[in-house]
Design a protein around this ligand. Structure first.
Ligand code: HEM
Length: 311
């Protein structure tokens, strides 16, 4: 592949800052965007030099409306669209606006902060930050609900590239990735009130061992039963928990990279509408998405072309 992907197939750092920015109305944002592309490349090259043990990077995604506003190449990536809400009988995957998404990772929060500050100084004149979530690694990789999150992710460079990066079927965008995010708020009080065996049934896994329940024991409405849409359809999840005692907001920032958005959509439909319809994901009784946005993460080569006016 001669297109160099952004750094999406590596494992996560211990600290993460997620940011969503929306462009201000009635402004020419193309020059500012070109400067941001250059900054993202600069930050990542610098991180490679300063922190060669990895875990530090900044990944930028672009939303459908922004793609048009920035006059980026057409045709667009085949599956890039404004996310349409998915409504089940009881729970809805809402859709919210996002022009640019930044996924900033590092083992040390200091470097995450510095990258966030640098990006913000470039963006503030032309855009507003509408979402900023600080996620942290909770114990041995658990969500704030207490269950290990990420175990069934694709492993190894080959698998992660296959499921995480666009292939040759969309030649202009090979090496890019569909990025889908949702900020979930949890009803921790209600979840913690469940006996441990009931909590385990919500996920279909045992809490402390993180071992999957046998098929004849796992309930049909368990999260891992409905989110699993087959071995040929996987995504790369990089979720992070967050928590704020002052506002009593505990949650999960769900973030997934995929070679095709239709796989994510299928998982969401199974979870929210149910399979069969009505058999929805029990995790949603304790988790409410307050955002939901699709972005496309083009390659570093693409970002470089934007900075030189070749996109
Ligand atoms: C409240 C938000 C969520 C939380 C706390 C959460 C947590 C978890 C946990 C603890 C597991 C089991 C361990 C693992 O394999 O990672 C899991 C599995 C999984 N989740 Fe989620 N998840 C959330 C939302 C989602 C969403 C929105 C999707 C898809 C759009 C999704 C897709 C998956 C998949 C594909 C698996 C692996 C299933 C398997 O093959 O066994 N999750 N999740």
């Amino acid at each position: 592949m001669d297109q160099v992907p952004q750094n999406i197939i590596n494992d996560q750092g211990n600290n993460t800052i997620f940011m969503v920015w929306n462009f201000k109305n009635d402004m020419d944002v193309t020059d500012a965007f070109a400067r941001v592309c250059k900054l993202v490349i600069n930050l990542n090259h610098s991180n490679d030099t300063r922190f060669p043990d990895g875990g530090v990077c900044c990944i930028m995604g672009i939303g459908y409306d922004a793609w048009h506003r920035l006059k980026l190449p057409v045709p667009l990536p085949k599956e890039l669209e404004n996310f349409a809400p998915i409504a089940g009988q009881k729970h809805t995957a809402v859709s919210t606006k996002g022009d640019l998404h930044f996924h900033i990772k590092g083992n040390d929060i200091s470097i995450c902060y510095d990258m966030t500050a640098a990006l913000s100084s470039y963006l503030e004149p032309v855009a507003s930050c509408v979402e900023e979530v600080h996620g942290f690694r909770y114990w041995d990789g658990r969500s704030i609900l207490g269950f290990v999150d990420g175990t069934e992710n694709p492993r190894g460079e080959k698998q992660r590239s296959y499921f995480g990066l666009v292939g040759d079927n969309d030649a202009a965008y090979t090496g890019g990735s569909y990025l889908f995010v949702q900020k979930y708020m949890h009803d921790l009080t209600a979840f913690k009130a469940l006996p441990q065996e009931e909590q385990e049934k919500v996920f279909g896994r045992y809490k402390y061992s993180d071992i999957e329940m046998p098929d004849d024991v796992k309930p049909a409405n368990a999260h891992s039963a409905l989110a699993n849409v087959g071995d040929d359809f996987k995504i790369i999840r990089d979720n992070m928990p967050f928590g704020n005692m002052a506002t009593n907001e505990m949650g999960t920032y769900f973030i997934a990279y995929a070679s095709t958005f239709s796989t994510v959509k299928k998982m969401l439909t199974n979870m929210f509408v149910g399979s069969p319809a009505g058999n929805y994901d029990r995790l949603l009784d304790f988790s409410t998405p307050v955002t939901g946005t699709l972005f496309f993460v083009p390659t570093t080569t693409f970002l470089n072309n934007v900075t030189s006016g070749d996109s």
